[in-house]
Design a protein around this ligand. Structure first.
Ligand code: KIV
Length: 257
């Protein structure tokens, strides 16, 4: 298997659709990598999936650096993208560049950050510094308080025009790919056709160049999942069953022998 790079991801547009996912630790990153997942995102969704928070907002740089380093140690061929947590790039571009550098030093091949036109100056600085950027427009979970909940975006024509403008702006600023989260499928298709860079959809229909799924959703570790998710396994049942068998066998003297 080949190592996925910015160049090979760019070259996949229109040639090969990419099924990408999150991972937050070495054990699952190794399995995703061995299965051929091209891009592993160390998403700030670790807030909900491994840290027990209700949103991504409490995730900080130490959480991100520890998880990124673990995933990067395990992923041999996948591109590892480190998500910049809320607060790590909102307080000035100098601090943002320092934080992005730290994520790269932890082992990521690229960083992801949320925002359109408002983060284009930062995207230019990062790409100039040699840090590949995967952008993120549409529904941006770090803006959950501004939206008043995790709500689909781009539903009116005016709102759709804004998402299109943001996607074009991040491409122009130098992002090599852009996440389109929770927008209508027709809008995602329009953006995918308009951009030269790879679109990675999540809850954005089938036409995007690539897809994200959150690992805990697709593996059935989360029993409640968004409606667009397909569960490829039911690990919650398997894992709960294994723990219960172990507890029973110890109680009944069947283990250890
Ligand atoms: O943190 C995350 O998992 C993400 C995906 C939803 C793209 O940003």
């Amino acid at each position: 298997m080949k190592k996925w790079t910015v160049a090979t991801v760019r070259a996949a547009k229109g040639v090969e659709k990419l099924g990408c996912c999150t991972a937050y630790d070495a054990a699952f990153a190794r399995l995703a990598d061995e299965a051929g997942v091209p891009i592993i995102l160390v998403g700030d969704s670790m807030g909900m999936n491994t840290l027990g928070y209700g949103t991504t907002l409490p995730v900080n740089m130490s959480d991100t650096l520890a998880a990124t380093a673990a995933v990067a140690r395990a992923a041999k061929n996948a591109m590892v993208v480190g998500d910049m947590p809320f607060g790590s790039y909102q307080c000035g571009d100098d601090e943002a560049v320092r934080n992005a550098v730290a994520i790269i030093k932890a082992g990521a091949d690229a960083v992801k950050l949320e925002g359109g036109a408002s983060v284009c100056g930062l995207i230019k600085r990062l790409t100039t510094a040699g840090i590949p950027v995967l952008a993120h427009v549409g529904m941006m979970p770090q803006s959950v308080n501004a939206y008043g909940g995790f709500k689909k975006q781009g539903k009116t024509r005016e709102a759709a025009e804004q998402v299109i403008a943001d996607a074009k702006a991040v491409e122009e600023a130098g992002a090599f790919a852009v996440t389109l989260e929770c927008i209508p499928a027709e809008l995602a298709a329009e953006i995918t056709a308009a951009l030269k860079i790879v679109t990675v959809g999540i809850g954005a229909g089938p036409v995007c160049d690539a897809q994200w799924l959150v690992m805990h959703d697709m593996l059935g570790l989360n029993e409640k999942v968004p409606s667009f998710v397909k569960k490829y396994a039911d690990l919650a049942t398997i894992v709960r069953g294994a723990f219960a068998s172990y507890v029973n066998e110890v109680k009944n003297g069947k283990f250890p022998q």
